[in-house]
Structures are given as C-alpha cells and as structure tokens.
Design a protein around this ligand. Structure first.
Ligand code: ATP
Ligand code: SF4
Length: 332
C-alpha cells in the first residue's frame, strides 16, 4: 500500500471580488479534486505555474489546513488538521522543507539549537549530551562544519541556511518530506549542491517525498513520478521519462517545450502559451485549459476531461479519449 494516499482532495476558499458594497462573494478552487499516491522511499514531483495549487496541496497533506472534501491517508491512517495527539505523532514522521530558509529560522537562536529543537519537543527525555552528538551528526550529514554550531542564521549563506533547515527536518528521522520550492530562493550555482544533497540523503535515509517546484528541470532530477497541475487539477501524471520525452497533455507539452536543453534544440519547437492561467475563481467550463490550448475542440469547451490511465501514466485530455484505459491507482 502507498505510504501517502490522496483521493479527490479539495480545498476551496471563500473570497470577495471587487464590486458592490462589500464585494461579491465567490469560491476560489485552489485544489479541486486531486488523487495521487506516493510509495515508500519514492518522490512525487508536483509541477505547475504559480497559483495552480501546489503549496495548498502541501499544506493539506501535512494537515496544516483542513480539506473541504476528499481524503488523505499516511501509512494507512487518516490525516486531518485536528492538531491532536495523533496528528502530532504523524507530524514527527512527516517534515517540511520551505522555500525561504531565513523566514523559517529564528534569527535569535544559534543554528545548533534550531537543529536540535525537534528533539527537545518530541524526545524531552533525551540526555543533553546525546542530543548534542545527534546535532553534530546531522550537521555533518548536511555538510555544515562543527564550528558553525554557534552561528546565527544571518551569519550563514542562503545555501547553508537551507542545509540547517534540512538538518532540522531530518532530526526525527522522518519517513516523508514535503519540499516546497526548496531551492528556488537560492543562487543557481548553489541549487545543484542542495539538490544533490537531498538526493544523497534520500538514498541513505530512504524517506519518501513530495517535491514541489515550478521548475521542470529540478522536478525531473528529483522525482520517480511527476504530476503536472493546472488550476487546482492534476492534468498529467507519470514516470519522468514519459512526461519529459513524450508528454501527452498539451499543457505538459508546452511546459516541456520551454525547457532549454541542448538535446532538444532544433528537435522540438517551443510552444508559446497564450495568456496567463485564468483566475481560479472563474474557471472556464469544460477543460480548464481550453482557452489556452492549441488543440482545443468543441467538446473541450463543455465537458471536463477525466484523468484516465494510459500505459504507465494518467492524462486528462479529450485528445486521448479513444486510447485504451489502464487502472493506475486504487479507486479509494
Ligand atoms: P505559488 O508557487 O505562487 O505559491 P502555488 O501553485 O503554490 O503557487 P497556491 O499557493 O497553492 O499555489 O495557491 C493556489 C490558489 O489559491 C491561488 O490562486 C492563491 O491565490 C489561492 N489561495 C491560497 N491560499 C489562500 C487563502 N488563504 N485565501 C484565499 N486564497 C488563497
Ligand atoms: Fe486541450 Fe481539449 Fe485536451 Fe483540454 S481536453 S487539453 S482543451 S485538447
């Protein structure tokens, strides 16, 4: 059974739009019925433009915000945002790495204290000497020097701060990491080092992860499967080789065509999408991608396509309605 199992998950927000005295009330469908599995020790990459619902998915999976509908199970147990003892026990097994390491760290505390903080909270009986040793091990594992233990976050570089965040996330030996844009705030030259570190740590420690990024190159490097999101929906999901070498959904094709790689130069033309993603408050009827889709047909304007298994992947697009269907994830 999958370690993380998400079924028909929805998160809608009540928002007020400009107009009238108080503004018009409307529903913003940030996540609008997504289903996926993450197997033990594997990484699912979640990719899509800004505002498609990636971070909302991360918060739902960790039980930081409640869902409006659908279910999440972690190791067979339901994940809710109840913040009770069961949730706390589960949260020590599921940790998060954030985009902005400085914002996630306490400026007034030396980094060793911050790395050891989860041990103080979750294992208060641990001897101080053992905790110090464990923090030293964690610092070494992420490539921080022992003599940096007393440093404050502002004394470190962006890459080193992200290493502190990673060490803290690993303090309790989690089974699952949610990485939300973990390198997008770093210099390009540092990004590769942090990604390689995450890969090494995953190989050594065997944790599974949900890896969120708007950058397809990064997602390709880090993931065993990739899910492409558009306006709160998964439109294509499958192994990276299939997604990147032979994308089936027109949106994935456009994203992949924009990756600047020497191998692709001259072979596939860049598909330039017209317009920005529509507002999730006023989602287009039918296929939500139809106003920007170069292949849109009449049916696309009226009937939402279902996410259907084709070979090793799932695709939501009427262009593939005739292809034989495969069942890739259990119905519930
Ligand atoms: P980004 O990379 O820019 O963070 P994202 O793909 O992670 O984008 P989300 O942050 O999940 O997207 O946001 C999805 C949609 O939900 C956006 O339209 C966003 O404005 C909206 N949204 C997120 N949080 C709230 C909230 N608390 N109240 C109202 N709308 C929200
Ligand atoms: Fe384009 Fe239609 Fe496929 Fe949507 S369903 S991606 S509009 S062809």
């Amino acid at each position: 059974m999958a370690l993380l199992r998400v079924r028909e998950l929805k998160r809608h927000y009540d928002v007020r739009l400009p107009g009238g005295l108080m503004g018009r009330r409307a529903k913003l469908k940030a996540v609008d019925g997504i289903s996926f599995d993450v197997e033990k020790g594997k990484t699912l990459g979640l990719v899509g433009e800004s505002g498609c619902g990636k971070s909302t998915t991360a918060k739902l999976v960790l039980g930081l915000i409640p869902a409006n509908a659908g279910s999440i199970t972690f190791d067979g147990k339901p994940v809710t945002a109840s913040h009770d003892a069961a949730w706390r026990a589960m949260r020590r097994r599921m940790q998060m790495i954030y985009q902005d390491p400085l914002g996630a760290l306490d400026r007034r505390l030396p980094i060793a204290d911050q790395i050891g903080e989860p041990l103080v909270i979750h294992e208060p009986g641990l001897a101080a000497s053992y905790r110090r040793e464990r923090v030293a091990e964690l610092m070494a594992a992420v490539g921080l020097r022992r003599d940096q233990a007393g440093s404050y976050p502002h004394e470190l570089s962006g890459g080193q701060r992200q290493r502190v965040i990673i060490a803290r996330a690993l303090a309790l030996s989690p089974d699952f990491l949610v990485c939300d844009e973990p390198v997008s705030a770093l210099d390009v030259s540092i990004q590769a080092q942090v990604l390689n570190l995450l890969e090494d740590l995953r190989a050594k420690n065997g944790f599974a992860s949900l890896f969120i990024s708007h950058d397809l190159k990064v997602v390709r490097q880090m993931s065993n499967r990739v899910a492409v999101m558009y306006l709160g929906l998964i439109v294509e999901e499958g192994p990276p080789e299939a997604i990147f070498h032979d994308p089936m959904h027109p949106y994935t094709r456009a994203l992949v065509s924009a990756i600047p790689t020497p191998a692709r130069r001259g072979r596939r033309e860049r598909i330039v999408l017209q317009g920005d993603p529509p507002n999730p408050v006023d989602k287009p009827a039918g296929c939500p991608f139809h106003p920007r889709c170069p292949s849109a047909m009449d049916i696309c304007r009226t009937t939402p396509p279902k996410l259907i298994g084709h070979g090793p992947r799932r695709v939501a697009c009427h262009l593939h309605d005739d292809a034989p269907e495969t069942r890739l994830i259990a119905a519930e």
